[in-house]
Ligand binder design. Sequence first.
Ligand code: FAD
Length: 442
Amino acid sequence: MKTPERAAFDALPHPTVVVVGGGFAGLELIKRLAGKPFKVILLDKNNYHCFQPLLYQVATGSLGADNIAHPFRRTVGPMPNVIYRMGEVLRVLPEENCVETDHGKVAYDHLVLATGTVTNFFGNQRIAHEAMQLKSIGQALDIRSDFLQEFEAAVYLEDEHAQRQRLNFVIVGGGPSGVELAGALAEIRKTILKHEFREVENQRMQIHLVDGGNEVLGSFSTQAQQRALKYLQELGVVVEFGARVTEYDGDTLRFQDGRTLHSTTVIWTAGVKGAPVPGLENSLEERPARYKVDAFNRVADTANIYAVGDIALDMSDPAWPKGHPQVAPVAIQQATHLAKNLLRKSNAAWAPFKYRDKGSMATIGRYKAVVDLGKLKFGGPVAWFTWLFVHLMSIVGFRSRVMVLTHWAWKYLSWKNTIRLIIRPYVRKEYKVAEPVAEKAG
Ligand SMILES: Cc1cc2nc3c(=O)[nH]c(=O)nc-3n(C[C@H](O)[C@H](O)[C@H](O)COP(=O)(O)OP(=O)(O)OC[C@H]3O[C@@H](n4cnc5c(N)ncnc54)[C@H](O)[C@@H]3O)c2cc1C
């Protein structure tokens, strides 16, 4: 028998909007459609929204996983016209107006795809297997366990070379994720390694940030790039440009120019690609694996399917000929805009999407950050407090905000990262070369 709430939902005389993915875009969309004349079904393979910009703080033990995750059921609880279903969407069946999930089919009148991105290893299977990633909470916890395990293992080693190899951390990719992670690891050397692993000479820990280009924070202003580089170098991060990685076997990293670097921990932040759902291959731009959409976020060659956020590629705006940047504000603005359009009476009244770029910011260790706000560009402690405030206010849920503030206050006043627990040890899996498929005789 149905609960009264479920019966009331089913009886709503409204069209059904199925939203796949509860990241920045999906979450904003359901909030905008709450209480409006739609039946909304949110599908996500995880039962929580993840605040990805702070993943590096989970990876480096400053925040707990639950500080940056918010359960979908708590969000949709007060929304009678919105329900959540945990499930992975396996295929879109446009001719049937439904999606196939690992729990069966879900029908829609309007479908919104907001599945975001995954790490892009540019086809290199071996690197994908050996390197660590920073795209999910599970991966952030792996990095946290890994660096603590490496510290614990280094304590046993007498040989300097072997110890250095264990304490060599390489981050590939000088974008915001790589820069923020490198800064946080450098802080760990100054704090945790120095004070709590006193048997290890802390200068033996090296943090390398390698990038194939010739600057960090490629999408930021030149001032921000130069400031960020200076901050990283002040923290003792070894920044190497023109360093194009070609191979990594779990021990040795090889570069295109023949150089090598020995490390048991390589974290790959060098790119992302879309996470499309099978079934709409004709509407995909293959290289970044993003759905081609028009200015209304409608997926190419479809009538009632939309894509928003990182997975959408809208090249209709002359200001962004290669599509919008894959950042949270784009995702949120597209979702807000799509909700407004869906609520308009006729299609003729739909307005095209225009992105309002409000600026970018990145933090590089304590009291150091860079902020680009249009013509206003600044760094140092003011930028750092700006970064802190903006991120704190953006976290979903009052409880999480209070928890994050408490952790940060403790960390920045006591100089101690709070969470140094190896709850779920990180175990590297052995790499197996795929067996060639034997040809059938006859
Ligand atoms: C480490 C890191 C740091 C970042 N820092 C910043 C920053 O400082 N500022 C900034 O603006 N942006 C930052 N970004 C980028 C920002 O997080 C993304 O632009 C944003 O998350 C995109 O939102 P989205 O809704 O498109 O996708 P996502 O937030 O990635 O959400 C996608 C959702 O879809 C779900 N999903 C995927 N596939 C399926 C499926 N088949 N079935 C069911 N569910 C599915 C996932 O579980 C997820 O919940 C950062 C990203 C990372 C990884």
